[in-house]
Each structure stands twice: as C-alpha cells, then as structure tokens.
Design a protein around this ligand. Structure first.
Ligand code: DAT
Ligand code: MG
Length: 151
C-alpha cells in the first residue's frame, strides 16, 4: 500500500509575516516526513485549478488574487494518516474558530488570510502534489528518526 501524502502550502501572508520556519516546524516536530519543499510564485491558472471546486463562490476572485499576491511555500508531507492529522494541526478554516494550539488558531485572525493550506483527502493530496510539483522535485529519502517514531 502506498504511503499517504498531503499537500501543505504556506500562503503569501505566512511568507510575508515571517512564519515559514514556525509553520514547517509544526509538521516536522509532529513526526511527518518532508518529501518536497519550494518557494514559488504561483501563476493565476494554477491557483484557479487548485481551487477549482470553489470557482462559483463569491470570494473566488479574491482568493485567487490573494494566493497569487506573493510567493508561497509548497510542501509535500508523508506518513500514515497525514492528511487528517495535518488538517487538525492547521485548524478550522476561519481562524477565529480555530482552536488554540493549531496553526490558524495561534497565528491568524481572518478566513481570507488564514496562512496555510492542507489537502482535505488522500485523493486530493495526490492531485495537489501532482499539480504543484514537477517530476523529480520530490525527494526519495528515509529519516533516521523513523524507527523512533514508528514501532
Ligand atoms: P480550507 O482551506 O480550510 O480547506 P476551503 O477549502 O473551504 O477551506 O476553502 C479554501 C480557502 O478559500 C480557505 O482557506 C479560505 C477561502 N475561503 C473559504 N471560505 C471562505 C469564505 N466564506 N470567505 C472568504 N474566503 C473563504
Ligand atoms: Mg480546502
């Protein structure tokens, strides 16, 4: 069975606010495996494809402007249960409703500036990693920590 992967992205507000290290740290410390990482200026068509399920929503144009307003940090993280666990680490879409201890609960106040994205299902994890990373951009490696995290 394939190991589960999720697409995590630090949005332009997270980059501008100097939260890149802090956000990466949360996933690193949890014990997931980093498979891909890059700073990237997202073109409009990619942002639209990424959020295509939301294209009829009134906030869609704003969302696309926001995501393309500056560089983002693209990440692929791997591990059993990583999709749901990353969503928990990230917290609710509206940061005012996100629990303290979550990334959005601790670091953001508005839905339109909620600093980070995480895939909502393993299928979307695969789809989004395929969208944001090119062939050869993911690293094949094993962490020396793995035997100390997984029995
Ligand atoms: P999430 O990012 O928690 O998966 P989502 O997939 O429903 O949430 O929406 C994607 C992004 O779109 C979200 O992070 C911020 C924006 N968004 C969602 N609902 C919104 C709303 N009601 N008003 C403004 N922006 C919204
Ligand atoms: Mg979503």
């Amino acid at each position: 069975k394939e190991v589960e992967q999720t697409y995590i992205m630090i949005k332009p507000d997270g980059v501008q606010r100097g939260l890149v290290g802090e956000i990466i740290s949360r996933f690193e410390k949890k014990g997931f495996l980093l498979k891909g990482l890059k700073l990237f200026q997202c073109p409009k068509d990619l942002a639209q494809e990424h959020y295509k399920d939301l294209k009829e929503r009134p906030f869609f144009p704003n969302l696309i402007d926001y995501i393309t307003s500056g560089p983002v940090v693209c990440m692929a993280w791997e591990g059993d249960g990583v999709v749901a666990s990353a969503r928990k680490l990230i917290g609710a879409t509206n940061p005012l409703q996100a629990e303290p201890g979550t990334i959005r609960g601790d670091l953001a106040v508005q839905t339109g500036r909620n600093v980070v994205h995480g895939s909502d299902s393993p299928d979307n994890g695969k789809r989004e990693i395929g969208l944001w990373f090119k062939e050869g951009e993911l690293a094949q490696w094993e962490s020396v920590q793995t035997p100390w995290l997984i029995e």
